[in-house]
Design a protein around this ligand. Structure first.
Ligand SMILES: C[S@@+](CC[C@H](N)C(=O)[O-])C[C@H]1O[C@@H](n2cnc3c(N)ncnc32)[C@H](O)[C@@H]1O
Length: 317
């Protein structure tokens, strides 16, 4: 591909992402969940009909909306991704993709990619399940190859380390009415979203949302299972975090860690790694690296499980 063609492709991608991000922010994605004509969209968006026609043209040309007999609606795959039963939040993923682009720029310009609290919320939302039927179906499939972990959670206590906005723990809590959990999240604004979601879902009586550095948590042998969101922990916090988790689990308690993405040669991988490394995060640790890291912290009996969702390891305290 010539550099001009390449540039046109990069530009189109960035512009389409900007369009989709603004379409969420301005309510277009909600308006277009139902088929609507131009006049009703002009009324809903409170914009001039000519401008509305141009925005709709851009949404259709970029595969976000479709036009049929003078009415417009979301393209089927976009509609499915924003439906109430979708497992994850498409708007959050779009916002995060734009954030990563800004971070790449920051790293190249300054060598650093610090996150504001609100950006940390964007990141956490983009990785979180939405706690509806879609995410419950995904969690069921995720745990099929490790029934011992699911059974230990059923009436047990879970320590969720690096909980973000609580995607996993809150979905599990809606599925397992006997499960109790403590969540550890260091960014107050992110922990506040997790606490609000727990309340909305009616599970806040069983979920203890703590805003703190995981390394400072003390609760000896109180937990049956732990989940560590390891891809988000910088190198200098990892050994102490694993020591906390091991101390917190009862003897025989289980730890779950996930390989976020396997190393690859692709350009996207190189960009994400650039950002992670500027944040001190060892990017794309393989499951073998993770098992060795956990073994160094004293965990034993590692079992690696490969599924359609990638690779995870289950270890015993
Ligand atoms: C993006 S979330 C992971 C997703 C989450 N497990 C879920 O199911 O939705 C990872 C979180 O770990 C948090 N984190 C990083 N280092 C931490 C530490 N030392 N103690 C507590 N939380 C930490 C980050 O602030 C981030 O919000």
């Amino acid at each position: 591909m010539s550099i001009d063609d390449q540039l046109a492709e990069w530009g189109r991608g960035a512009q389409a992402l900007a369009l989709l991000d603004a379409a969420f922010a301005q309510g277009w994605i909600t308006f277009l969940a139902e088929p609507r004509d131009l006049a009703s969209l002009a009324k809903l968006s409170q914009q001039d009909p000519d401008r509305v026609r141009d925005v709709l043209g851009a949404l259709v040309a970029n595969g976000i909306a479709v036009a049929e007999s003078g009415r417009y609606r979301l393209a089927p795959d976009v509609a499915a991704a924003v439906a109430g039963d979708a497992p994850m939040d498409l708007g959050a993923k779009v916002a995060n993709a734009r954030l990563v682009a800004r971070q790449v720029e920051n790293v190249v310009r300054t060598g650093a990619a610090p996150l504001t609290a609100q950006e940390a919320v964007v990141v956490a939302r983009s990785f979180a399940f939405r706690a509806g039927p879609g995410s419950r179906a995904v969690v069921t499939m995720l745990f099929e190859p490790m029934p011992e972990m699911w059974e230990a959670m059923r009436d047990g206590r879970l320590l969720d380390v690096g909980s973000g906005v609580g995607g996993f723990v809150l979905t599990a809590a809606t599925m397992l009415p006997g499960m109790r959990a403590t969540t550890l999240e260091v960014v107050p604004e992110v922990a506040a979203v997790a606490a609000a979601r727990a309340k909305d879902l009616g599970v806040d009586d069983r979920i203890d949302v703590r805003c703190m550095d995981a390394r400072d948590f003390v609760a000896a042998q109180a937990y049956d299972v732990a989940f560590w969101a390891q891809p988000f922990f910088p190198a200098d916090a990892r050994a102490a975090t694993l020591a906390t988790i091991r101390r917190s689990l009862r003897p025989g308690g289980l730890l779950l860690v996930q390989e976020l993405e396997a190393p690859s040669e692709g350009p996207g991988f190189a960009l994400r790694r650039l950002v992670a490394q500027a944040q001190g995060i060892p990017f794309a640790r393989t499951i073998e690296d993770l098992v060795a890291e956990c073994a160094d912290a004293g965990f034993v009996d590692a079992r690696v499980i490969t599924s359609d969702f990638g690779r995870v390891a289950l270890l015993t305290a």
